[in-house]
Design a protein around this ligand. Structure first.
Ligand SMILES: Nc1ncnc2c1ncn2[C@@H]1O[C@H](COP(=O)(O)OP(=O)(O)OP(=O)(O)O)[C@@H](O)[C@H]1O
Ligand SMILES: [Mg+2]
Length: 314
C-alpha cells in the first residue's frame, strides 16, 4: 500500500448562487515513501481542496484517501498524527507571538506535552536555522523565515507525510532555494511530500512524479522526464559564427527546422526528430563552429502544452 493513496476522490461545492462546482473529479493519485509528488495546475484546479482533504480539514463528497493506510475520514485523528500541512504565506501563525511561542502553542494543540513539547520546539528551531531569532515576534520575520516556521510547525509530530500548498510562493529565489534544500533533506530521510506549486522549475527539481490537474481532473501524471518524452517538444540549438555553407547543410538535415538565421552566422534550429540533434551538432562542429548551445524542453513547456492548449480549446 502506498503511503498516500487517493482513489476516485470527488469533492463538490455549492456556491452561494446555488451553482455546483466540482473541485475534484474522481482523482486518483499515490505517493510512496520518500517521494515528492507535485500537484501542478492553474488557479482553481483543485490543489488546495486535495491538500485539505488529505490533512482532514475537509470532507470528500465521495471516493477515498488514505495516509499510511488510514482513511482520512474514518480514521481522521490517527491521520492527523501522521501528516503535516505547510501553507504558503501568513495564514495560521500568530504574528504577535515569537517563533518559539508559536511552536509551543501548536505543539500543545497537537497533543505534545510539557518537556517533550519544549524540546521538540527547540530542536526544530535549531534544525531550521531559526534559533538566533527564535524569541522575536513572528510579525518581524521575513517571508523565508515565516515559511520555515510553517515547516517547523508541520514537523512537530514528526509526520510521515507532508502536504505543502505553495510553500515558496512570494519567497525570493535564494530563500526558495534554501527551502527546497530542506524539502530534499526530509525526502531523503523517508518523508513523503505532496507539493502543490505554480513553480515549474521547483517541481522539476524536486518531484519524482507530477500530476497536472485542471478543473478537478488529473490530465497527466508521471515522472517529469517521461512527460517531457511524451511531449516531443523540440529541442533548440543555437549557434554562432556559422559559415553560410554549413548553415545550408544543416538546414537540409531531416528533422531540423531553421527558426532563425542572420547574415553574421547566428543560427537557431528546432530539432523535431530523433537523431537529428547529433547530426546537426556533428555538421556544425566539423566546420569549426564552437559557439553552441542546446536547450531541452522543460516542465514549463509540458504545462503550457497540456494546460494552456486545453484552456484555449475550452
Ligand atoms: N469553500 C468553498 N466553497 C465553494 N467553492 C470552493 C470552496 N473551496 C474551493 N472552491 C472551488 O473549488 C475549486 C478548486 O479550488 P482550489 O482552491 O482547490 O484550487 P487551487 O488549485 O488550490 O487554486 P489556486 O492555484 O488558486 O490556489 C475552485 O473552483 C474553487 O472556487
Ligand atoms: Mg490553492
Amino acid at each position: 500500500m502506498s503511503t498516500v493513496q487517493v482513489d476516485d476522490l470527488t469533492r463538490r461545492f455549492r456556491s452561494r448562487k446555488g451553482r455546483e462546482v466540482t473541485a475534484l473529479d474522481a482523482v486518483r493519485l499515490h505517493a510512496e515513501r520518500g517521494e515528492v509528488v507535485g500537484l501542478l495546475g492553474p488557479n482553481g484546479a483543485g490543489k488546495t481542496t486535495l491538500s485539505r482533504i488529505l490533512t482532514t480539514l475537509l470532507l470528500p463528497t465521495s471516493g477515498s484517501a488514505r495516509v499510511d493506510g488510514l482513511d482520512v475520514v474514518r480514521e481522521a485523528p490517527a491521520v492527523r498524527e501522521r501528516i503535516g500541512l505547510v501553507l504558503g504565506g501568513e495564514r495560521g501563525l500568530y504574528g504577535r507571538l515569537t517563533a518559539r511561542q508559536n511552536l509551543r502553542y501548536w505543539g500543545a494543540m497537537q497533543g505534545l506535552t510539557g518537556r517533550r513539547c519544549r524540546s521538540r520546539a527547540d530542536e526544530l528551531l535549531e534544525r531550521l536555522g531559526l534559533t538566533a531569532r527564535a524569541d522575536d515576534r513572528v510579525e518581524t520575520y521575513s517571508r523565508g523565515m515565516v515559511q520555515r516556521i510553517h515547516l517547523a510547525r508541520a514537523l512537530l509530530r514528526d509526520p510521515r507525510v507532508l502536504v505543502m500548498d505553495e510553500p515558496t510562493s512570494g519567497m525570493d529565489p535564494h530563500a526558495a532555494q534554501g527551502f527546497r534544500g530542506l524539502v530534499e533533506e526530509l525526502r531523503d530521510s523517508g518523508t513523503t511530500v505532496l507539493l502543490a506549486t505554480h513553480d515549474m522549475q521547483e517541481a522539476q527539481a524536486l518531484c519524482s512524479r507530477v500530476a497536472l490537474i485542471d478543473h478537478g481532473r488529473i490530465l497527466r501524471e508521471g515522472a517529469p522526464k517521461d512527460l517531457l518524452r511524451g511531449l516531443r517538444a523540440p529541442r533548440t540549438v543555437t549557434a554562432g559564427g556559422v559559415p553560410a555553407a554549413t548553415a545550408e547543410a544543416v538546414a537540409r538535415i531531416a528533422g531540423v527546422t531553421v527558426h532563425g538565421s542572420t547574415p553574421q552566422g547566428h543560427l537557431t534550429l528546432g530539432i523535431t526528430a530523433d537523431g537529428a540533434l547529433s547530426e546537426a551538432l556533428r555538421t556544425l562542429t566539423a566546420s569549426g563552429v564552437h559557439e553552441l548551445s542546446v536547450s531541452s524542453p522543460t516542465l514549463a513547456e509540458v504545462y503550457r502544452t497540456i494546460i494552456e492548449d486545453r484552456e484555449f480549446a475550452l
